[in-house]
Design a protein around this ligand. Structure first.
Ligand code: C5P
Length: 416
């Protein structure tokens, strides 16, 4: 396969060398296009030696061969690593002022970009708007990861690990729907771009979302602050990618989009029945709902009266069944079961360790870990997640809108 690797000018450019080397060692014909800024970080001889091909940099070299179009046309896959905020902005706006951006405009191959920049630049509204534009046009983003940045700071913006970029890029071209249609209109709407990526067609996916309510008496319940936004985003993204989706909804704070078969539930026991009934015919179950671990031992027939209980009220609770653990234990070998872990642990390493312990208890295929607190996780439009596979290895880290995180989670599931 012919892979064009675009390298832009960030300190992470040195990691592009590992990506190029992996593609070459896997037998691919790799052609590197480095921007002028990239060459301030890594020298041309390194790219030429590692890629085993001449380096491409200058728009005005080889003009008679029309190289600014030819390279893009010959590509089966284009990977930009690292992608700076500047390059993301240029390609989102269709600018073509160097060889790399001309190539991006000329190619119909799948495009993968691995952004790397400081957290402030990544979270800047302009960058986020550009990222949304790129995603809506079918460009695949890998990362950025969250971690140590160039200075002493850390946060979202770190280049994803080279092996993750290589795997994600190759997984994309393995999909039958990967190659974008020649002449695809740059004015495609978000919706049509999503609908054109039907890699989940023929798959039945169950998604639970929201938070259960455990009744105490006819008017009161024990509940949680889950809004259901992330679960609904996953269900919506799965529908857009062609899946047959059943959304099991527990008290959502968000509207349910059209085209989603929805079953409303209230308590953990109701959710268990709904998901167990639906799971037998499903290929994938995503347990995004916040399910209460305990419920009141006794449901009071009438409203609990203050006069009857005095100054303090002691509640007796019993454990709810662990639905996720039950689904994982009884799953078919071809089913994929995904659990969520919402934790208040702020130390990233300790958070992952908590996730690993939870994964062992639950036995699911993937666990999506996210940090929640008074201001994070629940009800917000953005999320930051780390996904572990069944061995406890990190297979994906994503930060961004719940919609973009949903697509990244589905990418992990489709590559399973
Ligand atoms: O143990 P914890 O509640 O943190 O586990 C979270 C994951 O387990 C979520 O995927 C949630 O949907 C699921 N869960 C469950 N049954 C319970 C509690 C949680 O399936 N009783």
């Amino acid at each position: 396969m012919t892979i064009v690797v675009g390298v832009t000018g960030g300190i992470a450019a040195y990691k592009a060398v590992s990506v190029i080397r992996s593609f070459v060692l896997l037998g691919h014909d790799v052609h590197v296009i480095a921007t002028d800024a990239a060459l301030r970080f890594v020298g041309a001889p390194t790219f030429e030696a590692i890629s085993r091909n001449p380096l491409n940099t200058d728009l005005y070299e080889g003009v008679s061969e029309v190289r600014h179009v030819g390279i893009g046309k010959s590509a089966d896959l284009v990977v930009i690593v690292p992608a700076t905020a500047n390059t993301l902005a240029k390609i989102a706006n269709g600018l073509a002022d160097d060889l790399l951006t001309n190539t991006i405009l000329a190619t119909t191959a799948p495009i993968v970009v691995a952004p790397a920049m400081h957290t402030e630049m990544w979270q800047n509204k302009a960058t986020q708007a550009n990222v949304q534009t790129l995603r809506s046009r079918g460009v695949t983003l890998v990362g950025p990861a969250t971690g140590q940045l160039t200075g002493s700071d850390s946060g979202p913006g770190r280049l994803e690990e080279p092996e993750v970029i290589v795997e994600a890029a190759l997984a994309l071209v393995r999909k039958p729907s990967a190659r974008r249609g020649r002449g695809a209109s740059a004015s495609s709407t978000d919706e049509s771009a999503r609908l054109s990526r039907r890699d989940l067609a023929g798959h039945r996916i169950i998604v639970t979302a929201g938070g259960t309510r455990e009744p105490l008496d006819p008017v009161r319940f024990l509940g949680n602050r889950s809004s259901g936004k992330q679960g609904v985003a996953i269900a919506t993204a799965a529908r857009d990618r062609g899946a047959d989706v059943v959304l099991i909804a527990a008290h959502l704070d968000v509207p349910v989009p059209d085209g989603l078969e929805t079953r409303s539930v209230s308590s953990a026991l109701e959710l268990q029945k709904a998901v167990t009934d639906a799971a037998s015919g499903a290929d994938v179950v995503v347990m995004a709902a916040a399910v209460a671990d305990f419920r009141p031992a006794k449901l009071q027939e009438g409203k609990i009266k203050k006069d009857d209980v005095g100054e303090g009220l002691q509640l007796s609770l019993v454990a709810n069944p662990d639905i996720l653990a039950g689904l994982s234990a009884g799953k078919r070998p071809d089913q994929v079961i995904v659990g969520f872990a919402a934790e208040t642990e702020s130390d990233p390493q300790a958070l992952i360790e908590l996730g690993r312990r939870k994964l062992k208890r639950k036995g699911c295929d993937f666990l999506v870990i996210n940090n929640v607190g008074w201001k994070t996780g629940f009800s917000t439009d953005d999320n930051e997640v780390v996904v572990l596979d069944s061995h406890g290895d990190i297979v994906m880290e994503a930060a961004g809108s719940k919609t973009s995180v949903a697509d990244r989670i589905l990418d992990v599931i489709t590559s399973a």
